[in-house]
Every structure is written in structure tokens, then in C-alpha cells.
Design a protein around this ligand. Structure first.
Ligand code: PLP
Length: 289
């Protein structure tokens, strides 16, 4: 797979791609992003990601660098030029280059960058065993609904999880309720068999995968509730899983060292994973290996 990046109108070799040192993305993390997964050469849930990108830009008053239809075209070009099969497409838009000053520049020229990276997804053994998560305080700002590039709490959280041998960190609010994963949404299946994930608000990022999985649950007639759940409820849950563009629905079998259910990926989690694959029109790249 060749590595081609896109920077402000130009397709360039990834190694040569760069932005200015006074880009506000670099100076202030004044930007937004999306990660779209490419499965079997096809962009998964691209429309949903573009809709959320539009919302993030609007919330931060960052103008579109190009028309949405042009971005859609560039996304396709990135798949083609990188000959991407299983890969992650990263899209970042910042408020652009300006002398360092907190206030918005008068005539912003937003920066648009796309990169594409091959991904192997999780190995089949991970899917068979499920992953572990640890919980940690949620120390983020209160506009988590915006997919901002300001990710320091998640950088620290992911590092802490990795050092503890866990796949993901679940962040917990002041009242003891799980908000979401550092880079995923958090789900449980209660002892009564109800699927639960936190309701969208400023306190979580409304995952595009989350929304699609809820659609799948609706189609399958699976009972679900959008509400907050406490860490204790998660420990006692029948099943747990995380969702994100790059992990799809990925079963969680340990939380803070507590075994979830019988310690194996749950049936409902796997059913929803399959339903999500059907929704994006792909064979599971993990089990297909
Ligand atoms: N929550 C957070 C904090 C994230 O960073 C992500 C993805 O990066 C998600 C949830 C899942 O969102 P999506 O399903 O759109 O990838």
C-alpha cells in the first residue's frame, strides 16, 4: 500500500506531508477530526462521520475548508490512491495558520489534512477472548460531544490502561457513572438482558458506530436503554462491549479485574457485531482472516 496524504488541496507522499508551525491545530488543538474505517476497500459509515464533522465544525465556528461534496470526493481518492483495503482514514480540520493569539483570526483559512494507514484490526484471538478495561476518573472538558483534537486526557487515560495491561480505559464521572471509553463508547447488557449505553449529551461523544449499533438493535428487536450506568452495575453485567469505528463492537470480558458474565464474549455483543458488519456491507475482517 503506497502512503499518500492530502494537505490543503495536494496529494503528497506521507513522509513529505506537513503543516505550518503556527497552525492553530498545533498551537491550541483548535481543530476537529474524524476516523473512518475502510473495510475491504469501502468506507464504513462515511455519511455519519461527515454529518458529525459538520456538527463539530459548526459548534466551534470553524468554516469548511472545502465543500462537503469535495471532501467526500477526496476521501474516495485517498482510498484509491493508497490502494487501501483494511485501513483507517484520518481527517483533520483546524482553524488554520495565524500568528499565535487565542482569539479567532479575522479571515481564517482552515487546514484540511487526510491520512490513510493500513490496519490489521484485532487478531481473532482477541475477539475470542474479549478485552479488558480499567476505569479512571473522567477529567475532560464539558463539550465531549465535539470531536476535538484536544485529547490530552485520553492520551493519559490510554497510557494508564496500556500500563495496566488493559485494552481501553472507561472514564467515570463525579457521580460514579461511566461516561465512555477513552476512544470508544461503553455498553453493558444487564442481568435482565437489557442493552444499555449512555444517552447522548455534552458528556459523551455520540459515536457513529454507537448510532449504527442502536439502529441494528432496533431492527433486531433487542431491548435497549440509553442511560448512564455505574461501575458496580458494569461489574455485575451479563456482558459488556465497546464500540468505535476501528473496533466495531468489541466484547469486554474484564473490568478492573472483575470477570464479566462467564468471562467469554457475550452472545448479544457478538450478534450486534455481526449486525454492524452486515450494516456496513462487509465480512468481519477479524473472523475472515
Ligand atoms: N468516544 C470517544 C471519546 C471517542 O474518541 C470515540 C472514537 O474515537 C468514540 C466514542 C467512538 O466514536 P465512533 O464510533 O464514531 O468511532
Amino acid at each position: 500500500m503506497p502512503r499518500i496524504a492530502y494537505v490543503n488541496g495536494r496529494y503528497v507522499p506521507h513522509a513529505d506531508a506537513s503543516v505550518h508551525i503556527e497552525d492553530r491545530g498545533f498551537q491550541f488543538a483548535d481543530g476537529v477530526y474524524e476516523v473512518v474505517t475502510i473495510v475491504d476497500g469501502r468506507l464504513a459509515d462515511a455519511d455519519g462521520h461527515l454529518t458529525r464533522l459538520a456538527r463539530s465544525l459548526k459548534e466551534l465556528s470553524i468554516p469548511w475548508p472545502v465543500k462537503p461534496a469535495t471532501l467526500r470526493f477526496v476521501m474516495g481518492e485517498m482510498v484509491r490512491r493508497n490502494r487501501a483495503r483494511h485501513a483507517l482514514l484520518y481527517i483533520q480540520i483546524t482553524r488554520g495558520v495565524a500568528p499565535r493569539d487565542f482569539k479567532f483570526p479575522k479571515n481564517p483559512a482552515p487546514t484540511l489534512v487526510l491520512t490513510c494507514r493500513r490496519t490489521a484490526f484485532q487478531p481473532a484471538a482477541t475477539l475470542e477472548k474479549g478485552v479488558s478495561v480499567i476505569t479512571m476518573p473522567d477529567i475532560r472538558w464539558l463539550r465531549r460531544d465535539i470531536k476535538s483534537t484536544s485529547l490530552l486526557p485520553q492520551v493519559l487515560g490510554k497510557q494508564k490502561a496500556a500500563e495496566a495491561g488493559a485494552f481501553e480505559g472507561w472514564m467515570v464521572d463525579d457521580q460514579g457513572f461511566v461516561t465512555e471509553g477513552c476512544s470508544s463508547n461503553a455498553w453493558i447488557v444487564t442481568t435482565d438482558g437489557i442493552l444499555v449505553t449512555r444517552q447522548p449529551s455534552n458528556e459523551i461523544l455520540n459515536g457513529i458506530t454507537r448510532l449504527s449499533i442502536l439502529d441494528c438493535a432496533r431492527d433486531l428487536g433487542i431491548a435497549f436503554e440509553e442511560r448512564a450506568f455505574r461501575v458496580d452495575e458494569a461489574y455485575a453485567a451479563r456482558e459488556a462491549f465497546i464500540s468505535s469505528a476501528s473496533t466495531f463492537a468489541l466484547p469486554v470480558t474484564r473490568i478492573d479485574g472483575h470477570t464479566i458474565g462467564d468471562g467469554k464474549p457475550g452472545a448479544l455483543s457478538l450478534r450486534l457485531r455481526q449486525a454492524y458488519m452486515d450494516h456496513i456491507g462487509s465480512t468481519d475482517p477479524v473472523s475472515a482472516k
